[in-house]
Design a protein. Structure first.
Length: 209
């Protein structure tokens, strides 16, 4: 954990013709920041909104809203309301992160985010809206300072949807088993090498001491 926190990362969100840059990073307390200066050395790397190396700078009004009240959309497959919500965000030019809910772990992450299971779930800063209703979503976004009309620069793209819960790593038991198997394989290889060194020249391959 401390090793990760020690990694500095500066992710370019937007770059203007005058080399304007915006960085997205997370501090040691888990707070996400958007700044026009490089992050401190203990910042945690976060994925940028766009993989484009250079694009027009995000307007100040929109950048301020993104910094103070980032938008997260929880969706699932075959969900008409989710599609409608996504379309609204795109039509208004709202930068957002989409989290998909498919597995049991994803549903648990959805519950922690504030929904007992209903989708879509829209988070705007600390505000939330469960289910899709255009008027309510528009009001939530407007109250958070997002412009009513698109202001995103041409070529901007949001990050690809990702699971609400990251894939689990191996359990302690699985790691121990893998280490044991690796050690056994290494020991067998070393034993075979020793036997080859001790075997006399022209000895049949099936010879045993």
């Amino acid at each position: 954990m401390h090793a990760r926190l020690a990694l500095a990362a500066a992710l370019l969100l937007c770059a203007g013709t005058a080399e304007a840059q915006m960085y997205k990073w997370k501090d040691a307390k888990g707070v996400v920041h958007y700044t026009d200066t490089p992050p401190p050395a203990n910042a945690v790397p976060l994925k940028a909104f766009s993989s484009t190396a250079s694009q027009p700078a995000m307007p100040a009004e929109l950048a301020a809203a993104v910094q103070s009240r980032p938008v997260t959309l929880y969706t699932t497959a075959n969900c008409a309301a989710c599609d409608q919500g996504r379309t609204l965000l795109q039509a208004r030019g709202i930068p957002y992160t989409e989290k998909t809910v498919n597995s049991v772990a994803d549903h648990e992450a959805l519950r922690r985010a504030g929904s007992a299971g209903q989708l879509p779930l829209l988070l705007v800063g600390r505000g939330k809206q469960i289910g899709y209703e255009q008027g309510t979503w528009d009001s939530l976004l407007s109250d958070a300072g997002y412009p009513a009309t698109p202001m995103l620069p041409s070529g901007f793209s949001n990050p690809a949807p990702a699971p609400a819960a990251p894939p689990p790593g191996p359990t302690a038991q699985e790691r121990a088993l893998a280490e044991s198997q690796a050690a056994a394989a290494k020991a067998a290889a070393e034993q075979a090498a020793r036997e080859r060194r001790l075997r006399p020249v022209n000895t049949p391959p099936d010879f045993q001491f």
